[in-house]
Design a protein around this ligand. Sequence first.
Ligand code: HEC
Length: 109
Amino acid sequence: MRIIQFIVVILAVNLISIESTFADYEAGRAKAEVCAACHGSDGNSQISMYPKLAGQYKSYLINSLHSYKSGERKNAIMSGFATGLSDQDIEDLSEYFSKQNGLKVIPMK
Ligand code: HEC
């Protein structure tokens, strides 16, 4: 019986953590409007000084935005934008940009 209780607790904890990081593509699209001026509306920037975000790995985008926010990665422009983003915003934006056609990343073998 104890083992079943244990499994139920583990499942419940997992459910909570999955839910709290659930990425919302449509919310990401709406939140990406402020990024469009530099990165393009779908993340395909036409200006070389602004990196393309379209098709980038989601984990890379999440990591970059957290790094700007924490100050680990320094850039005057992006730090300003990232400071105002919540974990959920970062999740949604990264979901949206990673799903756009753009960068073709060759998978490592
Ligand atoms: C005013 C222009 C501007 C706006 C608006 C802007 N960015 Fe950026 N972004 C930049 C620049 C410039 C860089 C490159 C900074 C660097 O060298 O680290 C960058 C870099 C990034 C990177 C890292 C890309 C990489 O390849 O490492 C991410 C992710 C990113 N921006 C996401 C966003 C998101 C999400 C938004 C909207 C919330 C946004 N940016 C709004 C100018 C902008």
